[in-house]
Design a protein. Sequence first.
Length: 260
Amino acid sequence: MYTQRDNLVIKRDLPTFTLGKRQASFARKHEEYNRSISKYHRDMEMLCRLLDVRAGMRILEIGGGVGYTSFELANLGASCVDIDICPGNAEFVSRMAEFYDLDVVGLRGDTCHLPFGDNIFDAVYSKDAFEHIWDFESALNEQTRVLKKHGRLCILVGNLTNPKTFYTLFVKRFFQSRGRKGGLRWLLTKGRAMEDFGIGWHGKDEDIKTRWWWRKKIRSSGQLDLIELTTTRAYNNPSRVAYRIFEPFVGSHVIMAKKR
């Protein structure tokens, strides 16, 4: 667990030399996360509790972008693989891991066709990735396949019943894009995979679901036991009565399952 913020990787200095094309994105996130360091620290502590992170664990992160989460988990002694379909991310993550001297490997790949054998990882984790995956069934089956027996599958993902999220995607995006995105166009087609997002990969446009959809999906898998289905606000604020009452409508989904 991260009891001290100063121990976070995000608090380390950035490299003064160029490591790859994704470095500008890494630097922007570094600045953004440090501005909201309390939230970043809280989110990392939440993830460590959910995954029960221990030294020596093997953790697979799905769609980890430029690698910050994998770096934080590796800093606690885990051995991490960050697989991402976007061009350039994997190479940059591996170079940054070498710079920080952390056990993280970046790979470019598709979560619907994971390049690993069965029963490899102690935990598989993703955040804001499933809503873009082109084939939910294949992705869930593959992530379960590479998990060890009793391994943990943790999914943090958007919440369709969160009024703020729905407003952003349905109303705000519609007006900001002058009708090209959001609105009914998004709601009626979000489950349709697009061939190219313009950055070299295909997937879906914010295909977020309800908690009831996720409960049914996990329970029908035949390989997973659902051990936690809540929201980020409710999980991080257990003493707030309002968050317990309105749990389905506040924050993003937190889905935690264990392989049988």
